[in-house]
Design a binder for this molecule. Structure first.
Ligand code: SF4
Length: 213
């Protein structure tokens, strides 16, 4: 029976992506290969607790929603995640998989919706991006830029243009919470007529900055 290292399992409102606002089951895998300056889940960087696939699936079955978010940490660091994905797909769950953009996504089943970060310079992690992933994105997938400054925003615009991201997938731009004001980012997007989705981390507006939501 495959095991996974888990940071937390919880049921909440999805705060990010184009699925924001929907009830969702979260499976947060522990461990990460990056150390972003703005990391808001530092508690997930450590090893976490071992859960069997059965234990995770029984948590999922307790809730009546069909949307599951596999997140981290970095979920693709654990090869056993594929068993979890297959189990969920076998039971027809819709899966959002949040990944930090540093590891290949091409082995994941097509029907898994990838929500992939492209780390802006302010995060300090741009050098770790696996750029070939952009070729593997489909229209139902989403890329996310977390923007902390005007420099990050200008970089984001350049990357969107260079890789024609708008034609490939959904594009999300999120201000770093409590660092860049949503109003300022909104004004830049509107001025440039940038066809991206401004994303606020809804869960933080509902519950504040805490775990398990
Ligand atoms: S990739 Fe995510 S979990 Fe890892 S350090 Fe960056 S923000 Fe934190």
């Amino acid at each position: 029976m495959p095991n996974l290292f888990i940071s937390e399992l919880f049921y909440s409102i999805q705060g990010e992506s184009s699925y924001a606002g929907l009830p969702c089951i979260f499976i947060r895998l522990s461990g990460c290969n990056l150390r972003c300056k703005w990391c808001d889940t530092t508690y997930a960087l450590s090893k976490g607790d071992v859960y069997s696939l059965d234990e995770i699936m029984s948590f999922v079955h307790k809730h009546k929603v069909r949307l599951v978010c596999i997140t981290g940490g970095e979920p693709l660091l654990q090869p056993n995640v594929i068993y979890l994905i297959k189990s969920l797909l076998n039971e027809n769950y819709k899966i959002l998989l949040e990944t930090n953009g540093s590891l290949p996504i091409n082995k994941l089943p097509h029907s898994v919706i990838k929500v992939m970060d492209l780390k802006c310079p302010g995060s300090g992690m741009t050098g770790y991006m696996y750029w070939k992933n952009i070729d593997y994105l489909s229209k139902m997938d989403e890329v996310k830029f977390v923007i902390g400054s005007r420099e990050d925003y200008d970089w984001t615009k350049d990357i969107i243009l260079k890789y024609r991201l708008i034609e490939r997938c959904k594009v999300l731009c999120s201000p770093v919470f409590n660092i860049l004001s949503p109003q300022l980012l909104a004004s830049w997007i509107l001025k440039d007529h940038l066809p991206v989705r401004l994303q606020l981390q809804l869960h933080k507006y509902i519950w504040g900055e805490r775990r398990g939501v």
